[in-house]
Design a protein around this ligand. Structure first.
Ligand code: GLV
Ligand code: GLV
Length: 318
């Protein structure tokens, strides 16, 4: 009998075909998240699940899925998964590293440039008929070229953000759980304690995973350490930042601006307080959102799923 798997979202066709060739597959064939009760019911008979970061994979779900061997999460992050509960039951977790590194680093740069050069504010101003003339002080921002870039969380994505900084003649700083001689050698980036990095950087980019250690890492104290001209960017996970503190900090003008791809509770609506601030650029969690990268993420998750349910080794075990 072919292994039974459940996929929690509509996937690009090549990824689906990869799974269907080896498995008895059922799909929540929608662009919206699978309802919890549907997922719980589908998990009951599943050998494997291919999941999204919006699916909560916890003890309750695992209790409902006695035959489960693998959760293939279509993301590099896996804070939606209770890893301890999986380990306790011997269920394998896989993720999709590497394939999204460059694309997500590009997103960090999109937000850095957009926030520093007031792109969204300018676009809105034109739309509102507010563009009067060229003038010396009109909508002036801050230079990216030649500035100091500080990356917090210098793994694959953080490293790629730093490498791009070389092309902009930036001074490179990073903070990480542990120092990386390899990264320092590759990029010339200098390791700093977090507080020192926050005080020195013109651009602070967060690329750390969400863990017990990074949850709420950025609060009023950290924002107060930043330069009044600093730009703060988060392409990692919303809960690393205390959003209410960021709101107050941006209102007070320190940091000077922020670019966020992630939020404490996603999705956010038009009534979110941060959206009322002119110095905030928001994106709806688009870090890995290119056609090519999403296809690679889907096929990577599919290959991991198939490998484990057919008795092989996972390609990207967590
Ligand atoms: C997206 O946020 C991911 O973790 O892949
Ligand atoms: C994720 O890929 C990271 O290491 O930043």
């Amino acid at each position: 009998m072919a292994p039974r798997v459940y996929i929690t979202r509509r996937l690009p066709q090549p990824a689906l075909e990869l799974v269907a060739a080896a498995c008895d597959v059922a799909v929540w064939d929608q662009d919206e998240p699978v309802p919890r009760d549907v997922l719980l019911a589908a998990a009951r008979s599943a050998d494997g699940l291919l999941t999204m970061l919006s699916d909560r994979i916890d003890g309750e779900l695992l209790d409902a899925a006695p035959g489960l061997k693998v959760v293939a999460n279509m993301a590099v992050g896996y804070d939606n998964v209770d890893l301890a509960e999986l380990r306790r039951r011997g269920v394998i977790l896989t993720n999709t590293p590497d394939v999204l590194t460059a694309t997500t680093a590009d997103m960090a740069w999109t937000l850095m440039l957009a926030a520093a050069r007031r792109l969204v504010e300018g676009h809105k101003l034109i739309e509102a008929g507010g563009w009067q003339s060229w003038s010396p002080g009109f909508m002036t921002g801050h230079d990216v070229s030649g500035a100091t870039l500080g990356v917090v969380g210098a793994g694959r994505i953080g490293g790629a953000v730093l490498r791009r900084g070389r092309g902009f003649d930036m001074a490179l700083r990073y903070h990480n759980r542990s120092r990386s001689p390899e990264l320092e050698q590759q990029t010339g980036a200098q390791f700093l304690p977090l507080d020192a990095l926050l005080a020195e950087a013109d651009f602070v980019v967060v690329a750390a995973p969400l863990t017990a250690q990074t949850r709420g890492l950025f609060g009023a104290r950290e924002f107060a350490l930043m330069k009044p001209t600093a730009v703060f960017v988060n392409v990692a996970r919303g809960p690393i930042v205390q959003e209410a503190a960021l709101y107050q900090a941006l209102r007070a003008g320190r940091p000077w601006a922020a670019g966020l791809d992630v939020f404490e509770r996603e999705p956010i609506g038009a009534d979110h307080p941060l959206l009322g601030l002119p110095n905030l650029v928001a994106a709806p969690h688009l870090g890995s959102a290119t056609v090519s990268t999403r296809l690679k993420m889907a096929t990577t998750a599919a290959r991991n799923l198939v490998a484990v349910v057919t008795g092989g080794a996972p390609l990207n075990p967590v």
